[in-house]
Design a protein around this ligand. Structure first.
Ligand code: 0PR
Length: 387
């Protein structure tokens, strides 16, 4: 730290330098991120609530009311009439909260080492869960479609099964597990089921609006105990904005810690001091767009994903790994290693990511990606592969 403060002009000169080193979503070059440019309405709402702290929610009654309202809206979107939850920092925190609740419930009736049944397609936040909570992983195999092989699930359930995790929009491929049948198994075995819909939560309800048969992935399936749904992914909210929704009040209350000298007598979040700005931004967004607005956004990213898929599928030297269900696509090439291709694309400025299973180039088509970006990407990809 300097002895004396610096001028504002000087500081902002430096800030501009740092800022210019960052990539921005508007460039259209960020093709491997699940975040996107925050919507202007969300930014305005966020700024307005910058000084709020939901860790001491009695001081910020309005913001606190908004959080309840947002959780109700998200819960209702996921077919739950009386949801309990919080706006948190992201999918990681949401998943940790759900698994902590599941572990506390397990420990009320069991003394063994808790086992978590999960697919290897689960997000790496579950690796954090496993080590932080000392839980034993039991991996359920994936079928040839890279989804949980439901036929293998029953056999993996033991008296030490603490919970099952299923994914509605896998991180690497954007695929949706067969939640309906997984839920039936969880329900009949009385096992806690958490659905990680960090990505799909803000997409599938809108896809379902004009789709028959509907994709069953939420609390409509009675075995589902909790869900992650992140506003800072397809909800278009600024980071940090994750969402955790529990089916029952007593689930959330398992996390309650007494906060004697604060304006409320307990907290049910992992973090203490936490911004209300994310809640305000999410509240503004869901009211501004409504289901119809979000449906348009989701339709448009899915149209572009389909457009990209169709081109890639017919391209020489390219093999698309799976048919997209959400806004993710993966492909490999028969004349270039995946990691080499990733590096070559970077030379052209494209930031794609690489999935682990299967090992492939992974594209995430968030709302900042437009058709002209894809057209240019395809030209560059052809150049690289046919050179
Ligand atoms: N669950 C699922 C299904 C996810 O895909 C993710 C993150 C999480 C949970 C964890 O969410 P948080 O990162 O909000 O805690 N998925 C993205 C990923 O790992 C996160 C991301 C976003 C990574 C933008 C990079 C990036 O530029 O790919």
């Amino acid at each position: 730290m300097h002895d004396k403060g610096r001028s504002k002009e000087d500081i902002f000169n430096d800030l501009n330098k740092f800022h210019s080193m960052d990539m921005c979503y508007d460039s259209g070059k960020i093709l491997g991120s699940m975040c996107t440019k925050p919507d202007p309405i969300a930014v305005e709402a966020y700024e307005m609530f910058l000084e709020t702290n939901l860790g001491d929610s009695g001081l910020f009654k309005g913001t606190s009311m908004m959080e309840v309202d947002v959780i109700n809206s998200l819960g209702n979107l996921l077919h739950l009439d009386n949801p309990y939850g919080h706006i948190v920092t992201g999918g990681t925190e949401a998943n940790i909260m759900a698994m902590t609740v599941a572990k506390y419930l397990f420990e009320e009736e069991h003394t063994g080492v808790p086992e978590l049944i999960l697919p290897k397609s689960a997000h790496f936040s579950f690796k954090k869960v496993l080590s932080m909570l000392s839980i034993k992983p039991v991996f359920v195999p994936l079928n040839e479609e890279y989804k949980i092989d439901v036929s293998k699930l029953d056999d993996l359930i033991t008296e030490n099964t603490m919970a099952i995790v299923a994914i509605a929009g896998t991180t690497e491929l954007g695929l949706i597990d067969d939640i309906k049948n997984i839920s039936k198994i969880a329900y009949s075995n009385q096992v806690y089921l958490h659905v990680d819909a960090a990505l799909g939560g803000f997409m599938i309800p809108f896809i379902n609006m004009d789709r028959e048969p509907k994709i069953n992935f939420d609390f409509k399936c009675k075995g589902v105990s909790s869900m992650t749904i992140d506003p800072h992914k397809m909800g278009l909210a600024p980071v940090p904005a994750g969402g955790i929704i529990f089916r029952k009040k007593e689930y959330l209350e398992k996390l309650a810690v007494k906060t004697p000298y604060l304006t409320r007598d307990h907290q049910t979040t992992l973090v203490g001091t936490r911004t209300g700005a994310s809640t305000a931004a999410t509240w503004a967004l869901i009211n501004y767009y409504g289901k119809e607005g979000y449906k348009k956004i989701v339709d448009s990213v899915l149209d572009l994903t389909k457009y990209t898929y169709t081109i890639l599928k017919d391209m020489k030297h390219v093999h698309v790994v799976h048919k997209p269900e959400l806004n993710l696509l993966s492909f490999i090439s028969d004349n270039m290693e995946v990691d080499v291709l990733q590096e070559r694309l970077l030379e052209y400025g494209w930031r794609v990511s690489v999935s682990e299973y299967p090992h492939a180039i992974r594209l995430v088509l968030m709302p900042h990606i437009k058709k002209e970006h894809i057209n240019q990407f395809i030209i560059d990809l052809k150049n690289i592969l046919n050179e």
